[in-house]
Design a protein around this ligand. Structure first.
Ligand code: SF4
Length: 284
């Protein structure tokens, strides 16, 4: 047998050994987690023993990341009355081991007063609505009652014992100040007529006024204005200069008292006429 064959055989054996080792380690890790690192539920002493339910939940949040925000108590009571009771409430989401007390409301009274409670099955579900993860615990009613009444530490004591920070309130009071903070410095400037940066923007109206003055200087009077046949009664001329043009049912006419001093406006109306039937002569 050659040396290379022996080396290859050793390599294969080592590779198989490595795979087997990793597999066994993985199995042992899973078994360890199943046996010793499962989520645990602790019954805590509620402030309201009638309708409150206080509990602590510990789990490996690194392995099972979730934010738990709902607790549901179910009573399966096939030999009692009522045969089933369910009460659930939401609470502020918790992303790692926590303790909390939840006010379950009047339904909790019905839960406790069920006939045959001790023999019934109680299911406690703590779930994350957002992450779709549920931790479930089951026990007989008698056991549930025993744990509930045996609870001796409060939520606060549980939190401090397990070095858990207190739950932050759902809403924080906003700090308000009625004195405005100074505006941040920017290169932006207000667009005002008095601001020299925008002098050109506000020069346009002034230019328009100058143009109007120029137009006034160039205006002229007309000696005669009339309408040739062919008016299509579109109203354009009357819209421009109603003191001169009057559109009737079948044609446009010139008003008897029409002012003839604003030749520019009459010219505008003539240019707007789609069939060019408005005629005029300038006064000499
Ligand atoms: S603009 Fe011309 S077509 Fe229109 S109503 Fe006046 S004259 Fe008639």
């Amino acid at each position: 047998v050659s040396t290379s064959t022996i080396a290859a055989a050793i390599a294969v054996i080592l590779a198989i050994g490595l795979v087997v080792t990793v597999g066994v380690a993985s199995l042992l890790s899973g078994a360890f987690h199943f046996l010793f690192a499962r989520p645990s539920l602790v019954f805590l002493l509620p402030k309201n023993r009638e309708t409150g339910f206080a509990f602590g939940l510990k789990w490996n949040s690194a392995r099972e990341p979730a934010k738990f925000d709902k607790v549901k108590l179910r009573l399966f009571n096939p030999f009692g009355n009522p045969t089933q009771v369910e009460v659930s409430r939401e609470f502020p989401a918790q992303g790692s081991s926590f303790g909390t007390e939840v006010e379950m409301g009047e339904a909790m009274t019905k839960f406790w007063q069920s006939q045959g409670f001790d023999r019934a099955l109680v299911q406690i579900e703590i779930s994350s609505l957002r992450d779709g993860l549920t931790q479930q615990f089951e026990m007989r009613g008698a056991k549930f009652k025993e744990k509930f009444h045996a609870a001796s530490i409060t939520v606060d004591q549980f939190q401090s014992k397990n070095k858990i920070e207190k739950t932050k309130p759902l809403y924080n009071t906003v700090e308000r100040s009625f004195i405005a903070d100074p505006l941040p410095q920017t290169n932006k400037v207000l667009k005002l007529a008095t601001n020299p940066v925008f002098a050109d923007s506000f020069a346009a109206p002034a230019a328009g006024a100058a143009k109007a003055q120029g137009d006034a200087d160039n205006n002229f009077a007309v000696s005669k204005v009339w309408i040739d046949p062919g008016c299509i009664v579109c109203d354009a001329c009357e819209a421009i200069y109603p003191q001169v043009f009057e559109v009737q049912s079948d044609t446009c006419v010139i008003r008897p008292d029409a002012p003839l001093t604003n030749g520019l406006l009459i010219q505008d109306a003539a240019e707007a006429c789609p069939v060019e039937v408005i005629k005029f002569t300038k006064a000499s």
